[in-house]
Design a protein around this ligand. Structure first.
Ligand code: ATR
Length: 285
């Protein structure tokens, strides 16, 4: 019994909409996955400017795409063009994955759950009862914190350059978990008692690779230090964490696992994560 319209057509049309889109590694990753799964199909980069987003989303239906990813700058704006937005994506306020179910478009956010799957697989299998510090309070932090709440940590401390944003986010989801907001100047105690520190800011990203979002002395020895940045693969924060015997975790796994969840939503099949990772790594060379 065939369940999905794309299976009936025997061809899986997928893509990613963004502006710019030329440097996206998603096509290489998903086309490798399509091949590894033995499917017929293609995942294409789609350069969509903000003024064309509404029409582009309508075209997903008209052209029979099974789904698309949406990336910068469309993750928030796209929500108004969808028929249904999943609860998590609605809370986070951003969609990165759209599934076309016979003309009904449903939006999800796989960034946070992809990140948490990667963190658990690669660095910290059990987050329950952990004291987690998240650096940053922007869009990426929202997705990650929402997914982390589902893991039942003891506390999540949000540390942000603009303290008011950290406090507002901690307040917004205060009924879901023990969340605390801090400005950078008052975060020392939260950092020094952390089990896991996660950087969601752009501090340390190429080309400013010598920058670090917190003082090195605020990284406790032997904890888990994680960075969403994957260019470079090892940021200065992770280097300093290693010097303090920490388990370090970079952002590549988040990218791969957000794609793995998206592929699973589109196909119902288990994503070939290893083939996806190899494709992304070889596209760096
Ligand atoms: P994203 O979707 O990548 O999270 P964003 O919503 O613009 O992007 O959020 C960027 C985050 O990185 C914010 O928390 C920002 O801090 P502010 O709220 O104070 O702006 C943080 N950030 C960016 N550049 C930073 C820097 N140089 N130092 C400290 N924090 C920085």
């Amino acid at each position: 019994m065939k369940e999905n319209s794309w299976i009936e057509r025997d061809y899986l049309f997928l893509g990613v909409m963004g502006d710019p889109i030329g440097h996206s590694k998603s096509p290489a990753m998903h086309n490798a996955a399509i091949t590894a799964l033995g499917l017929s199909g293609a995942y294409v980069p789609l350069h969509v400017r903000p003024e064309g987003l509404g029409e582009a989303i309508q075209a997903v239906k008209a052209l029979g795409f099974r789904g698309v990813n949406v990336t910068i700058p469309h993750k928030v704006e796209v929500m108004k063009y969808l028929d249904v937005v999943d609860e998590g994506a609605r809370q986070i306020g951003a969609v990165n994955t759209i599934v076309n179910d016979n003309g009904t478009l449903k939006g999800y956010n796989t960034d946070g759950i992809g990140y948490v799957r990667s963190l658990k697989d690669e660095a910290c299998p059990d987050l329950k009862g952990k004291r987690i510090v998240v650096l940053g309070a922007g869009g990426a932090a929202r997705g990650i914190i929402y997914a982390l709440i589902g893991e039942k940590p003891e506390t999540i401390s949000i540390v942000n350059r603009t303290a008011a944003k950290a406090l507002a986010l901690a307040e917004e989801w205060s009924s879901l978990a023990d969340l605390r907001g801090y400005g950078e100047d008052y975060a020392e105690e939260a950092l020094l008692t952390a089990d896991v520190i996660i950087n969601t800011t752009s501090v340390g990203m190429f080309p400013r690779i010598s920058e670090i979002p917190i003082p090195q002395g605020h990284i406790p020895e032997g904890i888990v230090v994680s960075d969403l940045i994957y260019n470079p693969l090892k940021t200065e924060l992770l280097r300093q964490g290693e010097l303090r015997q920490c388990t370090v975790h970079g952002g590549l796994g988040m990218f791969i696992n957000q794609g793995a969840y998206a592929l699973e939503y589109w196909t119902g099949l288990t994503a070939p994560v290893q083939a996806m990772k190899e494709a992304v790594l070889s596209s760096f060379q």
